[in-house]
Design a protein around this ligand. Structure first.
Ligand SMILES: [Zn+2]
Length: 121
């Protein structure tokens, strides 16, 4: 249907927590609970939950790896305070970015359905 929409546009819609197909419908009912379908165009958000969960797992691993890299490269003046601060920042980043990362995952899945599979909607 919208095969002309660029991957960047789809990813940006995911970051904004909007439907990848129409860009108007909200992905979420509240902070983290997804709508099953887009309220505007009725696109099914969870077409393949395994793809979404795989992306969430990989992006969480990437963020964790980045924080571990920071932990090994920086030596804070106060080690205990540095660890507590880094742990808090890691938790805030990983949990706080969950809805937007899931939005990006839904956008990537939508793009792959448009371009990598035979079925076009
Ligand atoms: Zn929509």
């Amino acid at each position: 249907m919208e095969s002309q929409t660029t991957l960047f546009t789809l990813l940006w819609r995911g970051v904004k927590k909007r439907c990848p197909r129409c860009g108007k419908g909200q992905l979420y009912q509240n902070w983290y609970r997804l709508h099953k379908n887009c309220p505007k165009c009725h696109y099914l958000f969870f077409y393949d939950p395994i793809d979404i969960l795989s992306f969430m797992y990989m992006s969480t691993a990437l963020l964790t790896g980045l924080f571990i890299l920071v932990m090994f490269t920086l030596t804070p003046a106060n080690l205990v305070l540095g660890r507590v601060l880094l742990g808090f920042l890691a938790l805030l980043t990983i949990v706080g970015s969950l809805p937007r990362r899931k939005g990006i995952a839904i956008a990537i899945e939508y793009w792959s359905r448009l371009h990598l599979e035979d079925s076009h909607e």
